[in-house]
Write a protein of this length. Sequence first.
Length: 351
Amino acid sequence: MLFGKKKSVAGLDIGSSSVKMVELDGKVGSLSLVSLGFENLPDNTIIDGQIMELNTVSDVIRNVCTNHNVSADNVVTGVSGHSVIIKNIVLPPMSQEELEESIDWHAEEHIPYDLADVSLDYQITGHTGDSTQVLIAACKRERIDNIKQAVQLAGKQPVVIDVDSFALQNCYEVNYQPDSSQVVTLLNIGASTMNVNIVKGNTSLFSRDITVGGSQFTDVLQRSLGLSYQQAEAVKRGVNTAVEGLEEKSIEPLMNNVTEIVAMEIQKTFDFYRATTEDNQTVVQKILISGGGSKLQGLAQDLSARLELPVEVLDPFRSIKVDTRRFDPDYLSEIMPEMAVAVGLAMRGVN
Ligand SMILES: Nc1ncnc2c1ncn2[C@@H]1O[C@H](COP(=O)(O)OP(=O)(O)OP(=O)(O)O)[C@@H](O)[C@H]1O
Ligand SMILES: [Mg+2]
């Protein structure tokens, strides 16, 4: 470009507990971090994926940008949860053109909503002699409109609406460059949603969003121990002084109950995957976790023991150049789990 700087595109992750924004520069292989922002949202601003308070969310997006020098006007944002349907479907052999003509007809039986009410996207992920594998993603249009509105109110242009689970995968692929035999499960534990994506090399084998997350632990502590939300959140994060006289032994079984639900849902996802595939050679080698919910003390070890798989923390900055004079390494490593989806969204902007 002759005049001025190329317009950059930032990744904007609007989670139910906080807004994260990441701006990258360069191209895959030589990416560098330009800016990064993270601000909490008030409680109940986003319920069940729906933005209830558009003005509050747009104010927070604006604050993230001004407080952290995010200059991009265009953003890539994502959707997740109930209203997103992701399916790997197997169709007879066909060309891209034939698929284009028939996709609505094929997708219809896999999507529990009227096709007129959803935004549908698809991608051929493989061919064999007698089949075409297609990944379809659909999201309720009203959900997309809701997010676009919040972004536009903040003065930004949503140029791409991605799916959180795919952004997570993008973040993994660019940072880890997996070879085609590597099978991992990406597990992003947010406040209200858990994205599970079983990935082989650069292909998603199975992806599922589950409405369980970090806030479930807080809820249980709050209800069972009669605490305020702030107290429960602090106790969960291991601030033992948050509530006077609270005994450690009253906390542990409550947390264990929720961990068991989390592990069960992941196991169920593995079972669902196995039920939809004829490939019984593919075995998940490890789980890479991210999301604020994954920071719960002992959770990674507990999941590893329950699922009998190694669990590692996903590093979203593994292959990204970070200027430590501008970004405090301690702060970065503290918020690293929460930034995975935002980094993946930002990568879509530079790809
Ligand atoms: N140190 C910690 N220990 C335990 N839990 C933590 C810690 N830090 C953050 N969390 C939890 O992480 C969750 C927020 O994670 P994250 O920012 O990934 O979610 P989100 O993107 O806002 O939500 P969602 O994607 O589900 O809409 C909250 O439930 C919060 O309590
Ligand atoms: Mg999230």
